[in-house]
Design a binder for this molecule. Sequence first.
Ligand code: GLN
Length: 486
Amino acid sequence: MHDKTLTELAASLAAGEFTSRELTEHLLGRIQRHDGELNSFITVTPEQALAAADAADAARARGEAGPLTGLPVAIKDLFCTDGVLTTAGSKMLANFVAPYDASVVERLKAAGTVSLGKANLDEFAMGSSNENSAFGAVKNPWDTSAVPGGSSGGSAAAVAAGLAPAAMGTDTGGSIRQPAAFCGITGLKPTYGRVSRWGIIAYASSLDQAGPMARTAEDCALLLNAIAGHDPRDSTCVARGVPDYREELNAPLAGLKIGLPREYFGDGLDPEVERAVREAVAVYESLGAKVREVSLPHTHYAIPAYYVIAPAEASSNLSRYDGVRFGHRCENPSDLIDLYKRSRAEGFGEEVKRRILIGTHTLSEGFFDAYYKKAQQVRRLIRQDFLDAFEEVDVLMGPASPTPAFDLGAQKDPVSMYLQDIYTIAVNLAGIPGISVPAGFVGKRPVGLQILGTHFAEQRLLNVAHQFQQATDWHLRRPQLVEESA
Ligand code: GLN
C-alpha cells in the first residue's frame, strides 16, 4: 500500500480492501524501519494517528466518508499542532508544544486525514538542503549521499520513501518545489493568499505560503481542495471561491501557450537537467501545446532582492523568541539583558543568526532606503515581468533547480546555497503559483520540471501537470527503498 497515490488509497479504503487503521499501522511500521536512516520526521505521533484512523474508519462505517477520510499525511514541523511538539527545526522551540492547530492542520483534520507526525525541515524554513535543521540533516531516499532539498526536505523525503503518501510543506522561496524536484515527487506552491498562514510559524510573512506535496498533481488537487480558502484569522488570505481543483484535470492541452523564459536556460544550468526539461517540453508539444521563448528580464535581481526582503521580515518575526514568553531559556541569567542575549545565542542556529543580523542591518536607519526599499522596488519589477509574460502565454516552464540534488555537505558557503534558489525565488516575490513535477533523472537523482501560472491559476497548473503525468511515467518511479520492502 505504501507506493500508492492518495487517490488510489482513497479508492481502496472506499472499496474496503483495507482500513485506515491497517494503512496507518503499515506506514508507522515503515517509519520505524526506515526513518532511522532518513531522518525525515522530527516527531512521530502513533497514538494520535491510530486514534484518527479509527475515527475515520468509524465515519466511513456510518457512511460519512469524504474524499480524504482516513488518508495519512505528514506535516512539516512549521505548522502548529495542538498538543504535539512544534519545533520549526530549531533548538529554540525544541520543547514547544503548540496549544492550537494551524488553520491548514485544522482543515486537514476536519477532512478526516490522519497525521503521522511532524516532518523535518531547515531551521525556521531557512535553507535549500535541510542541512540547517537542529534535529540533523535528512537524506534523499533516491541516494542517501544526497540532500533531499529544503526547507521542506523531511516532507519530500517521507513521501518519496513511501513513509507517507502526502505531506504539507511551506514555500517562501522554493521550499515546496525544490525538495519535490530533488525527491522525484509533485509539489505545489499556491498563489500568495490562497491558503491561510494562520498557525504557521512565520519566516517571511509577505512570501510564506503553504501547499501540498504528493506523488501526483491529482493528489495535490485533492489536498488543495481541503486547505484552500478564506480564513478571517489571516488578513492576507484572500476571500475568493475555491473551485474543485480536480474538475479541470483532464482538459485537453491543444493550443496551450507555453513560454520558456530565456533567463531560466542560461549559465549555471546543469546540461543534463536542461536536457530533461527540454524533453518534457517536447512531450507538451506532442500534446498540442505551442512553445515560444519569453523573457523575464529582472530574473538576475531576484536572489539579491529576496535575500534582503526575507531576512528583514525574518528578523522582525523572530524577535519574539526572547526566552521569556516562549522558546529556549538559558540557565542562570545574571539579568534581563543577559537572559535575552544568551537565550537567543543558544537557541538559534548559525544560518538563522546570519539572517537576523542581515535583516536587522538592512532595516536600520540609514540603510533602509538603500536596501529594503530598493529591494521592494525590484520586487515590483520582477512581478511585472511575470504579468507581462502572462499576457503572451498561459504558463511558463523551466527547471525547478539548476542542478539535481547535491551531495550532503557540498555547498560550502551561504552564498552558493542561496544561488540554488535562482529559479524558484522570483515566484514568491511575485506571489504567483508554481508546481514542480518529476521529469527525469540525472543518474540516480530526480529532475523537476517547474510550471508557473498567473495569480490564482492553480486549476490550470494542476491540469497541465496532470496531463504530463498521463503521458509520462516519471512520477511512477520509486526508489529502491520503496520497491524492495513491505
Ligand atoms: N532557500 C530559501 C531560503 O533559504 C527558501 C526557503 C523557503 O522557501 N522556506 O530562504
